[in-house]
Design a protein around this ligand. Structure first.
Ligand code: NAP
Ligand code: MG
Length: 480
């Protein structure tokens, strides 16, 4: 596998220096393979290959043909669903059922954008007598994508589906912690007929391959999903090169539960929205804000559900798997230790179910905290683990203040039966997606998605992503 991880201009390439990185299965802590440690020379070659593809066969392909290739890739992914599911679950530790959902979502991205490829229409503008004005949308050119480890296959679909549909040629740097499904997806792309250079992948470290990609002067657009810290670095590099960027940097998304809510539904969804992918979801519902008049009762019922949660190996298909790595495990456990020393009370904790084979895995108990102070890190910072903070609010104005009271603004769930309040809250809460009486962490390929504030900017998913990955050109014709 190790020399099958850097894919440039239609071939697997052994990087200069021939160094490798070890891949680990989070469920057991065991080594499962090696990938190549690509760096600046490979990024240079990948960007050049993408530029040539954009100016050559790929860039000149009719939209309908591009769409067909994407659709074919979607079908190939569905045809290989079992194999990809197992690979994704092994590599990330996520329970098999979730991994299967991710592979289907990946296929769906290519189906959705395959169908959209020939529907990117322009506009005309009434102007002076004797003129015709058109606005045409063109591909940006070479797009650079840096993706995280939490949803490798879905991120591959999300980034490349939209970018390729409109004719960009792409260079993608997956996360070193999890990229096996991405490498298989690249093989499938080749099999269905994507021409050399349309898709290039360079594995390696963020500080090396990632930085080389974000610093590259011949990129026309950067898309990044990951931590706010690295997002800032990527944006600085983009600024140096005057390159636009789309950033998706996580959140501290709330479920806002009013006294008149359907409590059973709100509880079920609050648990599901947090434990999905063991809390390692940018749009995880990691805060539950509860109207004070129902706080005790609601929290007791939520705690009862929470106690039933189990974390274990991906193949056991429990509520949670392990977190991605030892580093992340220590990071999340650090939040739990600090909460303890700050005297924050645990309302409920799930169980870890391991055996001899999985005792070296990176597990964290699903944990619900009660009465988390509004300024505590559990209420404000992204834990990226199965940790839920319950916080009471007094009234609607207070709920808005609390919901908007972090640096983030990615998504929000609002639970109330009052139609007028649903509308007021949807307008007042600053987040890229608002769900009323529901929640969709990560789902919904059709639904534009992105942040306010530190959650990032730009929109991916849906038809909206096609705007990000294209640029408009105004053509003014003086026809007399
Ligand atoms: P990260 O460092 O931001 O990694 C995201 C991607 O950026 C990876 O592909 C990474 O490569 C790459 N990268 C790292 N340093 C880079 C640099 N200097 N220049 C360009 N690219 C670089 O995230 P992480 O360390 O994996 O996780 C840390 C925290 O970020 C998590 O605890 C969580 O809070 C947050 N996070 C958020 C999301 C999200 O979906 N919003 C996803 C993941 C993490 P390598 O991994 O190969 O180094
Ligand atoms: Mg990292």
């Amino acid at each position: 596998m190790k020399w099958q991880s850097v894919y440039i201009d239609g071939s697997w390439v052994r990087p200069e220096g021939a160094q490798t990185l070890t891949m680990v299965a989070p469920s057991t802590g065991a080594e499962i393979g090696e990938i190549a440690r690509g760096g600046a020379p490979e990024i240079d070659a990948a960007v050049l290959a993408a530029r040539n593809a954009f100016e050559g066969a790929w860039g000149q392909m009719a939209a309908v043909e591009r769409g067909r290739l994407l659709t074919r890739l979607g079908q190939a992914i569905l045809d290989q669903e079992d194999e990809l599911t197992e690979l994704e679950a092994l590599d990330t530790g996520k329970p098999l059922a979730l991994a299967r959902g991710d592979i289907r979502a990946c296929a769906r991205y290519f189906e959705f954008y395959g169908g959209a490829a020939d529907k990117v229409h322009g506009e005309t503008i009434p102007f002076l007598q004797g003129y015709q004005v058109m606005i045409v949308r063109e591909a940006r050119g070479v797009t650079g994508h840096i993706i995280p480890w939490n949803y490798p296959a879905q991120m591959f679909g999300r980034a490349l589906g939209a970018a390729l549909a409109v004719g960009n040629a792409a260079v993608l740097k997956p996360a070193e912690e999890a990229c096996l499904s991405v490498l298989r997806l690249v093989e499938l792309a080749e099999e269905v007929g994507f021409p050399p250079g349309a898709i290039n992948v360079v594995t390696g470290l963020g500080e090396e391959a990632g930085a080389a990609l974000s610093n590259h002067p011949d990129i026309d657009l950067l898309s990044f999903t990951g931590s706010p810290e690295v997002g800032t670095l990527v944006q600085k590099s983009a600024a140096e090169n005057h390159v636009p960027c789309v950033l998706e940097l996580g959140g501290k998304s709330p479920q806002i539960v009013f006294a008149d809510a359907d409590r059973d539904a709100a509880i079920k969804t609050s648990v599901a929205a947090l434990v999905q992918n063991t809390g390692q979801t940018c749009s995880a519902g990691s805060r539950v804000l509860i109207e004070r008049s129902i706080y005790d009762e609601f929290l007791a019922a939520l705690a009862k559900q929470f106690k039933t949660l189990c974390a274990g190996s991906h193949d056991k298909d429990l509520n949670c798997g392990p977190v991605i790595s030892k580093v992340q495990q220590e990071r999340v456990l650090g939040f739990l230790e600090r909460a303890k020393s700050d005297g924050i009370e645990i309302a409920a904790q799930g169980q870890i179910m391991t055996d001899e084979a999985t005792s070296g895995g990176y597990y964290v108990p699903p944990t619900l905290y009660r009465m988390v102070p509004r300024d505590h890190e559990l209420a404000c910072e992204e834990v990226f683990g199965p940790v839920l903070a319950a916080i009471p609010f007094d009234d609607e104005a207070d709920a808005v203040r609390l919901a908007n009271g972090t640096d983030y603004g990615l998504i929000a769930g609002i639970w109330t039966e009052s139609g007028a309040r649903q509308m007021r809250m949807a307008k007042a809460v600053r987040a890229g997606q608002i769900y009323i009486n529901g929640y969709g962490a990560g789902g919904g390929i059709e639904l534009p998605f992105g942040g306010f504030k530190k959650s990032g900017h730009g929109r991916e998913k849906g038809l909206e992503a096609l705007k990000e990955f294209t640029v408009s050109k105004t053509v003014v014709i003086n026809h007399g």
